[in-house]
Design a protein around this ligand. Sequence first.
Ligand code: 3SL
Length: 235
Amino acid sequence: MPSLDICFSPELLPLYDLRGRVAVVVDILRATSSIVTALAQGVTHMVPFSELEPCREMASQGYLTAAERDGRQAENVDLGNSPFGYLDGVVPVRGRSVAITTTNGTRALHLSAAAEHVVLGAFLNLGAVVDFVRKQQQDVVVVCAGWKGKFCLEDTLFGGALAHRLAQEFDVTSSDATLAALDLWQAAQPDVAAYLLKSAHVRRLNSLESHKDMEFCVREDVYSLVPVFRDGRIV
Ligand code: 3SL
């Protein structure tokens, strides 16, 4: 039976061997939620960057640019990191490609590149991720983007939700990290949004008036696509 493990922070990735495994990179607030939303709205592909300047430079190649630092949209780019940036129509995104950089999410993607498959997970596409990893029948590591190397409740909750849905087909009991995430997922019921009100990132977003982003990002199974990070692109 394949196993499902959870890496609570990109800083812990050196302890995990991703080769031959599926890495599910998750940044619920908000990078992977926004990227799933972007592709669902017709963005053709996205190129993630760890640094701001190379991301901005992609504008000269016809890319829209999206950038966030410390929860705020960076200067001189088209979009920030809110999923609503791809939904509200202010910047038309259908048929466009997007270069994106965020504080933690895009960095976590690059750090996971050794995995055989690198896919992006969010509550918004949870069911589709479940179907994807079921088909692969390989060990899975959920890579939590965290916040500047630290543990985050919301990414761990996603790991718990994924383990809960796969508990019959995957070994979810051999890793203490997975057991802890499963317990956290139970503790957050029946209202994950209410539970997350106490999280550090929600408090950060609240102070930036982005509360509606959190309520959107905890919705399950809104989109049926699974973004894949391959050859430097998210498709
Ligand atoms: O760190 C990240 O990658 C972002 O998702 C953080 S924020 O939600 O845009 O503040």
